[in-house]
Write a protein that binds this ligand. Structure first.
Ligand SMILES: NC(=O)c1ccc[n+]([C@@H]2O[C@H](COP(=O)([O-])OP(=O)(O)OC[C@H]3O[C@@H](n4cnc5c(N)ncnc54)[C@H](O)[C@@H]3O)[C@@H](O)[C@H]2O)c1
Length: 319
């Protein structure tokens, strides 16, 4: 089995590459910049090629040379950056996916796994929002709001269209809110959840003015990567094209902080009450029912406490 990965040096990408290598498959890691800051041990040790997903010709040449069975497409710019420059958001996050899919079809790739997001659901209201948080299923309607959300929905549509018209099998994984090592450095304002843990472990006070009552579905980056690897390496055709990946439970930020306090007893965390800790102004906070991913390729969401324990221990090992 040969698997090519776009966005391989990003926060999720480095965990995905490690997971694939551990599974014993041949991996081609690609990224538009060669930045090993999240995985210094990769430098000179993995098969890496520079490839910008907006450059279809270069992508074609790079992937054709490797002849992958599966392409995992993670390369994207994240919500704040995409919103600040919608044209760029469109170019990288939609045209980039269009290029990956077109190249995958041209070189006879069997499956493309795409990293979508709960952002595809867009603004969450009614029974799915605070205070009920009834878990969203893949059959629920989507209401994309910002450019990042629209790009995820458009990319999913493109992938399903390629599959329906003879292209590669396509699976989009819609992730819950991801936390874990690497996010603080890479994603700044989008990494508040990771920041709580990292500040607590480093002995820095955590002060968040509002949002402690807000529930959300939190997913550890290690578990997100495990889901990607499981979908990519699944031996049989996947019965669906869209999969939620989360715990199905919206935990409040207060609850999250309480777990961190038990793991780091010296933690000095103060969070105000209320909603929208990230200050989005759009209610993306929700829970994702992931039964479909469990049934189709065995995804299991570990307990939040065990994920946070792993995160804290990882940070301690690094200091
Ligand atoms: N982090 C989250 O909370 C989250 C949640 C849901 C979905 N996702 C999705 O998971 C995927 C990976 O996210 P991440 O958290 O690892 O982000 P990241 O920013 O850490 O990684 C993205 C990688 O893509 C690369 N990249 C950007 N533009 C590129 C281009 N034009 N060509 C090639 N490479 C390019 C970046 O250099 C980076 O290494 C993204 O598609 C993201 O939308 C992330």
């Amino acid at each position: 089995m040969r698997v090519a990965v776009t966005g391989a040096l990003g926060v999720n990408g480095v965990f995905v590459v490690r997971g694939l290598l551990q599974a014993g498959v041949e991996v081609l890691a690609t990224n538009w910049v060669e930045d090993y800051s999240l995985a210094p041990d990769f430098e000179g040790e993995i098969d890496f090629r520079l490839a910008d997903v907006t450059d279809r010709e270069r992508l074609h040449t790079t992937l054709r040379g490797f002849r992958p069975d599966v392409v995992i497409h993670l390369a994207a710019i994240l919500p704040v950056e995409a919103q600040a420059d919608p044209y760029r958001g469109y170019t990288v996050n939609i045209m980039g996916t269009a290029n990956v899919l077109a190249v995958a079809r041209d070189i006879d790739v069997n499956r493309v796994v795409f990293t979508s997001s709960k952002a595809a659901y867009g603004e969450v209201t009614g029974i799915h929002a605070h205070p009920r948080y009834q878990a969203l299923t893949e059959d629920d309607a989507v209401y994309p709001k910002n450019i990042y959300d629209h790009a995820k929905v458009a990319s999913e549509g493109l992938g399903m269209n390629y599959q329906r018209t003879g292209g590669p099998e396509f699976a989009a994984l819609r992730f819950a809110t991801i936390f874990g090592p690497g996010k603080v450095g890479k994603h700044g304002p989008m990494s508040q959840i990771s920041g709580i843990v990292e500040d607590a472990v480093a002995g820095r006070p955590v002060r968040i003015e509002q949002g402690g009552d807000q529930g959300d579905d939190y997913l550890y980056v290690r578990d997100a990567a495990a889901a990607i690897v499981a979908a990519a390496l699944h031996e049989k055709p996947l019965p669906h094209s869209i999969y939620n990946i989360g715990s199905g439970i919206a935990r409040t930020l207060f609850h999250y902080a309480d777990i961190v306090r038990t793991l780091v007893p010296t933690a000095d965390i103060k969070i105000g009450p209320g909603l929208d800790p990230m200050g989005f102004g759009v209610s993306y906070y929700s829970a994702l029912n992931s039964n479909r991913a469990k049934e189709d390729f065995g995804f299991e969401a570990p307990e939040l406490a065990s994920a946070l324990h792993d995160y804290v221990e990882t940070l301690k090992e690094r200091t």
